[in-house]
Design a protein around this ligand. Structure first.
Ligand code: DUC
Ligand code: ZN
Ligand code: ZN
Ligand code: ZN
Length: 459
């Protein structure tokens, strides 16, 4: 049975027009005015609404053993939350520990998602060590359609790589047409600063940011860019949070280094004063890189509006208040993460487009199209065109609401954006032609999501 979305205003990264969209099976087959549909077609009236391509979150953690515990979502809860918020595809970080085998890790992560996600998904494969065996396994994983790597310059004891391993990872990525994504903070410096703060009795959550200052992120970003330059690999900085790191990345870009930038929604809207409230209220706002001084937010919004920041993701990573309390008396033990998978699109629309910081096309580009292009999903995902997957978000800009943990679908007992107003939300969300969400409710089929096989890209 077909699906017809009538009278909406289609908005992509580069076009805006009124037309109907006809979907057969999983694919958009016609776009035009006054389309007729055979009897039995499901018709959705999108009068007064935008129709956006399904949004893509390029950076989430669903299954994640980390900091003596596990992130709280499953693919069932995480994907339903994503879909309600308009995200129809997410890219999860597959993060085996340094001591674990890469291929076994990949199979484990893949197994957690298979048959459980209601939206489509793929992975960035973390390279957490580099030796001959790992290299062979990485080649196999790329063959399976995973054409992006992730490296951590931080988290030395969990996933972090040293500079030599970063170099080898980039050489392999260059050969295979794989983009290297990176968490850029200087691990050694963070470790030393943490130890000296603790030794001075500075143990509360307000010391998390001073243990990972802006300069530490700028150094990591600059080092990552330097290694890209030397190896010729293409890179993508994840969750860039501050002006000095932005300057480091942009100065590399200006000299021709192929480097792309992601920032995540918490850094646009929350600042370090949230982590200075004391006790568990502060611990809820611990993530890395940390929430920063508020002056950075303008730099991020401006860079996003101008296209210097390419994508907006979440770094979704839920830990509940009981887990956050693992760091009572020692800020280095607070599980890092602020969940946002459900709220990213509505927050970016509200505080970007609706409140005048962001052009509507740049919004679609940053929240969907650019990620599709960078990660080998375009034009299957990230646009509205004949032949593309029918991942569509009928968006109601007249909706008014307030974010609250009481109404969220993420598996967590708080929401870092509690009380934030939203000026719009998806009224219908489809994944490959099937209606999965209507007006804030999941009405679809659990476990329908597919692992997306991606092709290498030689940038
Ligand atoms: N930062 C977080 O806050 N959580 C997960 C991993 C990361 O890099
Ligand atoms: Zn990270
Ligand atoms: Zn992350
Ligand atoms: Zn415009």
């Amino acid at each position: 049975m077909g699906l017809l979305i009538k009278n909406g205003e289609i908005v992509t990264a580069d076009s805006r027009y009124k037309a109907d969209i006809y979907v057969e099976d999983e694919t958009i087959t016609r776009i035009g005015r006054g389309l007729e549909a055979p009897p039995g077609t499901e018709v959705i009236d999108a009068t007064g609404k935008y129709v956006f391509p399904g949004f893509i979150d390029p950076h989430v953690h669903i299954y994640l053993p980390f900091m003596a515990t596990f992130a709280k979502d499953t693919h069932e809860t995480g994907s339903i939350a994503a879909l309600i918020g308009g995200t129809t595809t997410y890219i999860e970080m597959c993060c085996p520990n340094r001591n674990d085998d890469a291929l076994e890790g990949y199979q484990l992560w893949k197994g957690k998602a298979e048959g459980n996600s209601a939206c489509d998904y793929t992975f960035h494969m973390s390279v957490t060590k580099f030796d001959d065996k790992t290299e062979g396994e990485l080649r196999e994983i790329v063959q399976d359609g995973i054409t992006s790597f992730k490296i951590f310059l931080s988290y030395k004891n969990f996933f972090g790589v040293d500079d030599g391993e970063m170099y080898q990872t980039m050489k392999l990525a260059k050969e295979l047409g794989v983009i290297v994504t990176a968490h850029c903070e200087n691990a050694e410096l963070v470790g030393r600063l943490q130890q000296s703060l603790l030794a001075e009795g500075k143990t509360g959550p307000e010391w998390h940011e001073p243990s990972r200052p802006e300069s530490v992120e700028a150094e990591g970003t600059n080092r990552f860019a330097t290694f890209l330059e030397a190896t010729g690999a293409t890179g993508y900085v994840v969750h860039l949070s501050c002006k000095p790191a932005l300057e480091a990345a942009l100065s590399a870009k200006a000299r021709g280094v192929p480097i792309y930038i992601e920032s995540v929604i918490p850094h646009f809207l929350l600042d370090k004063t949230y982590a200075e409230r004391g006790g568990v209220e502060a611990m809820k706002y611990i993530m890395s890189p940390p929430l920063r001084d508020k002056r950075n937010q303008k730099a991020l919004w401006d860079a996003l509006a101008q296209g210097f920041i390419d994508t907006v993701g979440t770094d979704h990573c839920p830990f509940d208040t009981a887990q956050k309390r693992l760091g009572e008396g020692d800020f280095t033990k607070i599980p890092n993460g602020i969940p946002a998978i459900e709220d990213r699109v509505n927050l970016l629309y509200t505080y970007g487009v609706s409140r005048g910081h962001l052009d509507l096309h740049r919004f679609v580009d940053a929240a969907s199209t650019k990620a599709a292009k960078l990660f080998g999903l375009f034009p299957r995902k990230g646009t509205i065109a004949v032949g593309s997957d029918a991942d569509l978000v009928v968006y109601d800009p007249s909706y008014r609401g307030v974010i609250s943990a009481k109404t969220q679908h993420v598996n967590n007992d708080y929401n870092g954006f509690e009380g934030f107003e939203i000026d719009g939300r998806p009224s219908v969300v489809t994944v490959r032609g099937k209606v999965q969400v209507r007006d804030g409710k999941f009405v679809g089929e659990k476990g329908r999501g597919k692992l997306l096989k991606r092709e290498p890209i030689y940038f």
